[in-house]
Design a protein around this ligand. Structure first.
Ligand code: ZN
Ligand code: ZN
Length: 150
C-alpha cells in the first residue's frame, strides 16, 4: 500500500496516512488542523496521478534518504577507512546502491510537499527540476503533470 506523508500547513509537522477513498479529511495530531484530502481507488492501488491534498499533478522523485544520516554514515565510513583500507567506503557505496537507489524512492508533490512512498508508477515520475519548482512555488504555475518544455 502506498504511504502518504502530509506536511501540516499549519504547524509543519508530518502526518502519515494510508490512502482510503472514503476518507475526506485528515486531522493533524499536533495542532488539530483539518486537511481536506481526495483519495481515489487509484491511490489505493499505489498509482499516483493527482495529489490527494492539492489536486496538482506535478511530482518529482528522489532517494528517500535522510541527508543528515547520510552525512553521519559517510563520516563514520571515512574514519573507519583508515583501519579498513577504504573497505568501509566501498561498503557504504554498496549500501547506498542497493538500499537507497533501488528500494527507497519517494515521490514528492511540488506544490504542497506531500511525500508518497511505495508508488507503483514511480517510473513515470521525473527527477526534481529547479525551474519547474520555482514556477510552481513562486508563480503558482500548474504544469498539469506535463514536463517542462522550452
Ligand atoms: Zn498541525
Ligand atoms: Zn500536493
Amino acid at each position: 500500500m502506498m504511504e502518504v506523508q502530509i506536511t501540516c500547513p499549519s504547524c509543519q509537522s508530518s502526518i502519515e496516512v494510508l490512502p482510503n477513498h472514503l476518507a475526506s479529511k485528515v486531522d493533524c495530531d499536533i495542532c488539530k488542523h483539518i486537511i481536506d484530502v481526495k483519495f481515489t481507488t487509484e491511490h489505493e492501488h499505489g498509482n499516483l496521478k493527482e495529489c490527494p491534498v492539492c489536486s496538482r499533478m506535478d511530482f518529482y522523485k528522489q532517494k528517500d534518504f535522510n541527508r543528515k544520516i547520510g552525512v553521519i554514515l559517510f563520516v563514520i565510513a571515512a574514519i573507519l577507512s583508515i583501519w579498513t583500507y577504504g573497505l568501509s567506503l566501498v561498503a557504504l557505496y554498496l549500501v547506498d546502491l542497493f538500499l537507497f537507489r533501488k528500494l527507497a524512492i519517494v515521490a514528492i508533490c511540488y506544490k504542497c510537499l506531500t511525500n508518497f512512498r511505495k508508488v507503483k508508477n514511480i517510473t513515470e515520475i521525473r527527477d526534481f527540476d529547479h525551474e519547474m519548482n520555482d514556477r510552481i512555488v513562486y508563480s503558482d504555475h500548474d504544469f498539469k503533470g506535463k514536463p517542462l518544455s522550452h
